[in-house]
Design a protein around this ligand. Structure first.
Ligand code: A3P
Length: 360
């Protein structure tokens, strides 16, 4: 069970009253029963995926998802960061946290230097994973939360707060997801042979069919894309590739949306550039706290997901090193078809456009 970051432990009053205990047991038991009624359809290491309300959920997350659906009730000032897995969640968490708390922490003594972005901004899936409903409204307002759940699986009340969605090209997301899964499954099984991990072609086939954690990938993106068109004041839709191109301007937009815009003085003093530097791949991935494959005692970490798993290359277009042209074209075609007519597209990063620009 993922541990609760210290700043969030106050959401779990201890000791619990017998009444609270009985209520929690009853709630989670009914969700467990639901899990056992749904068929397990596919394996995506280390999870089995079940199809719940048109989304592929890791089976261990179903009770948690239902608890979030029933009990997550954000306050208007709260901020919810949402991503498909491997779309840059870690980066977005760091940027949003550093921006919201910039008047509290100095750069030289910043929590992000000693705490992982995932411990600064926890997943709802972690907070609801303790067989007790967390008292989130005890937290300072605004608080930043994160989830991978699609909009369709979140309670209606979620639109009372502000949502920041970060999307990424499906080819890069797939490669990043496979690399992460492969590394995790090898670590969990103790296997040393790459062939014992998660077979690349098998993963590609599943992903292309929409079968991946929190998939289908395209439905996830379209849900929030359409939400951002309908309620732009409530849903900010960002793109990993564009943020990599111009992080400072995107940080400005993020701060405005979060209700804490940078002042003229801050702009003049280079505060945005400083925060972008603090949250950059190079800076974060080189901090001891984010290396983590080796723990403080110098031993190899036994955690299934060590902090360094979240930092691989941080590059746009790394798919060219993994996908054949046929695979890339297949994902591009699926993407084009699924997003057709929505106004959302990944046209600039298709295999065809990359090949054309490399021939110029
Ligand atoms: P790659 O595997 O392509 O390198 P998530 O945080 O959603 O799990 O996504 C992980 C992806 O984001 C990885 O992509 C990782 O390297 C990249 N990433 C992590 N921190 C980043 C940062 N500060 N800036 C840009 N990319 C980052």
């Amino acid at each position: 069970m993922a541990s609760i970051p210290p700043a969030f432990s106050q959401c779990f009053p201890s000791p619990k009253t017998q009444e609270d205990n009985d209520r929690d047991e009853e709630i989670y038991k009914s969700y467990d029963n639901l899990t056992s009624q749904l068929p397990i359809l596919h394996h995506w290491p280390p999870f089995s995926l079940i199809h719940y309300q048109s989304c592929w959920i890791p089976n261990v997350l179903l009770p948690i998802t239902v608890a979030i659906q029933s009990y997550f009730n954000p306050r208007p000032a709260d901020i919810l960061l949402v991503t498909n897995p491997k779309s840059g969640t870690t980066w977005l968490k760091a940027l949003a946290f550093a921006t919201l708390h910039r008047h509290t922490y100095s750069l030289s003594n910043h929590p992000l230097l000693t705490t992982t972005p995932h411990d600064c901004v926890p997943f709802l899936e972690t907070l609801f994973n303790h067989r007790t409903i967390p008292h989130l409204n005890i937290l300072p307002s605004p608080t930043i939360f994160t989830t991978h759940l699609p909009l369709s699986l979140l309670p209606k009340s979620v639109l009372s707060c502000r949502i920041v969605y970060l999307c990424r090209d499906p080819k890069d997301t797939f490669v990043s997801l496979w690399s992460f899964t492969e590394r995790m499954s090898i670590s969990l099984s103790g296997a040393t042979n790459r062939n014992e991990g998660f077979e690349f072609n098998k993963a590609f086939q599943l992903f292309s069919q929409g079968i991946a954690p929190f998939g289908p990938f395209w439905d996830h993106e379209l849900g929030y894309w359409n939400g951002s068109l309908r309620r732009p004041e409530k849903v900010l839709f960002l793109r990993y590739e564009k943020m990599m191109e111009d992080p400072v301007n995107h940080l400005r937009r993020l701060a405005e949306f979060m209700g804490c815009p940078f002042s003229t003085e801050e702009e003049r003093d280079g505060v945005m550039e400083d925060l972008v530097g603090l949250c950059s791949f190079d800076k974060l991935s080189n901090l001891e706290v984010n290396k983590g494959a080796v723990n403080i005692d110098g031993e190899t970490s036994k955690a299934p997901v060590a902090p360094d798993y979240y930092f691989r290359k941080g590059k746009v277009g790394d798919w060219v090193n993994y996908l054949s042209i046929e695979m890339a074209e297949k994902l591009d075609a699926i993407t084009k078809e699924k997003l057709h007519g929505s106004g959302l597209s990944f046209e600039t990063s298709t295999a065809a456009s990359i090949c054309a620009s490399s021939q110029v």
